[in-house]
Design a protein around this ligand. Sequence first.
Ligand code: BTN
Length: 277
Amino acid sequence: VFDVASFLRELRAEGCTLGEPFEYYSLTDSTNERAKIAARAGAPHGACFLAEAQTAGRGRQGKTWHSDREENLLFTLLLRVNVPPEQLSALTLLVGVAVRSALASATHATLCVKWPNDVVAPRSTDGAHVGRKLAGVLCETEMSQHAPPAIVVGIGINVLAREFPEEIAEHATSLLKLEQDRLRPRLEVTREVLLLRVLRELEVRLTRYEQGEQAGFIAELGKHDALLGRRVTVNGRVGVATGIDTHGQLLLRVGERVEAVRSGSVELVVASGEPPA
Ligand code: BTN
């Protein structure tokens, strides 16, 4: 089980401004739901809600988020930052970039961010897929009388999972599996250390973002963009992904034009004759 006492000791020793108050659930419906309820009751910036298991863990676009108990990291952070609604997708990406960086410190595998919210581990054999999904981010806003409104940032990270349900087995992985693929029997870091690293990476980027340095994390994303140069389809449009703009929109070159896509889910287009993964 997650060692709350040792996590809080380290968190305080490092002086991290995110992570407290910390609420731990052995089982809950969804940590995003817990955070939203707490936000309405006035919970402060930085509050963190972590569960060992969820009965209604949710992902983007109405999907469910699967995790067996005590294996992974399932948590939600409550942020009270002034981000206009149109910048929410940029914030989701910023979180993705921070999570990627924290996870990259714990694995020998190369990790990328797949717009708009995934951390993936690309495979050299991948044709039809960008890579296996390691983590996902789901940001939601919660309006209340308390100003500024709360942003609920739900993060799911596959840490120690060895198996996945059949429907996602081909497209999902965990830090442990990535290490085992490289013939390392175990993961060197604990879930407690990993969470602390995520919070630190996020805090640094959030501070810069609030100081008006939006472009910083976009440049970082550019180095780890899973879609860059790939032929993709999004919202029925087919084009080549050419990067992400400062609003967090995906840039898609369709013929001679470059279109900015605000939201959607992306699939790779595999040229005929190219073998699928
Ligand atoms: C996605 O990739 O679709 C986003 C997945 C987000 C899952 C996390 S798990 C912790 C938090 N609570 C939830 O119900 N969802 C997020």
